[in-house]
Design a protein around this ligand. Structure first.
Ligand code: NAP
Length: 317
């Protein structure tokens, strides 16, 4: 991949976003971090934002905080959705389809990370795989008809963690009954999220759908609540120290890649977007190297077929 950033030395920044008055964005996990910042910036450009959050009280506080910053006229609402429960995702998707008449971009941002012990979700999956991957897989499939009608986009917020675990999907022990580690399980969930985006692109191509776009990106290393929500005491200590170093950036900057993928015209879908500086943790936002295992076709197809079976949700292309 070329090291020349198509957006210049500073990389992509939200100044490039035009007026979004006629656009609707749906985003998961906006009570803090990159999701909050992405919502704030979209709203500041005139967009309608539908947030999908699991905690109604936190969602109400988030709306209040956004109104305090941007004024009462902003068009922001919340639908309750717990990514970790398929029934909740299905209910929220149905409610959303009743409430909006277009989706210009679905931003799959919400996540948990570095969960110290193996936890199994109501649906029978390891918790990070349940929330980060299966929750979003089902949400994307159920919202796809409206995204398609709107010629919209699906944006997945991945992580450089996709390249830090076993670099594979452990089909024979997806729940990590053997050898659970917080990092491997998080890494697998983020790898699955990224892989399914490139597989989605191929499936859209196969049916000749060039109107819907799918993008994979990540926020680098950003100062958010991620580790303090779900990580172990040790991880909280490590990330607490990291937050004081120049190897991390503010949450607002972490939101830029997902905002770019949701709004910028003429992006290359096959690329992977994030900070292009040190270790891809900080720096100007643009396209950068993606390790080949994230695009392994055999694994991606197997993952997709397994996911449709496991969730009972079929994509209707
Ligand atoms: N920060 C980083 O350095 C970093 C690095 C790599 C990737 N990422 C990715 O960036 C994205 C945003 O994370 P962040 O760093 O901004 O973390 P964050 O501040 O913890 O935000 C995560 C959001 O996801 C929500 N969420 C968690 N579990 C959920 C569930 N079951 N259902 C619905 N929403 C749920 C949280 O809601 P609650 O308030 O209810 O917990 C919160 O709003 C994630 O996809 C993460 O994997 C972050």
């Amino acid at each position: 991949m070329s090291t020349i950033n198509q957006f210049g030395k500073q990389g992509w920044t939200p100044e490039r976003i035009k007026d979004l008055s006629d656009k609707t964005f749906v985003i998961t996990g906006t009570t803090s971090g990159t999701g909050f910042e992405a919502s704030r910036i979209l709203l500041s450009k005139g967009a309608k934002v539908v947030m999908l959050n699991r905690n109604p009280k936190k969602a109400t506080n988030t709306i209040a905080a956004l109104k305090e910053k941007l004024g009462n006229a902003i068009d922001v609402t919340n639908i309750t959705l717990d990514l970790g429960e398929q029934a909740s995702v299905k209910k929220a998707a149905a409610e959303l389809l009743e409430k909006v008449n277009r989706i210009d971009a679905l931003i799959c941002n919400g996540a948990i990370a570095q969960v110290p012990t193996q936890k199994i979700s109501k649906d029978g999956w390891e918790s990070q795989m349940a929330v980060n991957y299966f929750g979003h897989f089902t949400l994307q499939a159920l919202l796809y008809p409206m995204i398609n009608k709107s010629q919209g986009r699906i944006v997945t917020v991945g992580s450089m963690g996709y390249n830090m675990g076993i670099k594979a999907i452990k089909f024979d022990d997806l729940n990590w009954y053997k050898d659970y580690t917080a990092n491997d399980a998080y890494s697998q969930s983020k790898l699955a999220q990224i892989m399914s985006i490139y597989e989605l692109q191929d499936r859209l191509n196969k049916v000749g759908n060039t109107a819907v776009k799918a993008y994979a990106c990540h926020p680098g290393s950003s100062r958010t609540n991620l580790i303090s929500t779900s990580g172990s005491f040790m991880m909280k200590m490590i990330f607490g120290l990291m937050k004081m170093s120049p190897l991390t950036q503010p949450a607002e900057k972490g939101a830029y890649p997902e905002l770019m993928c949701a709004t910028e015209p003429d992006l290359d879908q096959t690329a992977f977007y994030g900070p292009t500086g040190r270790s891809n943790w900080v720096g100007p936002v643009g396209a950068h190297y993606l390790a080949p295992h994230a695009k392994d076709k055999v694994t991606a197809k197997r993952l997709w077929d397994m996911s449709e079976k496991a969730t009972g949700v079929q994509w209707k292309f």
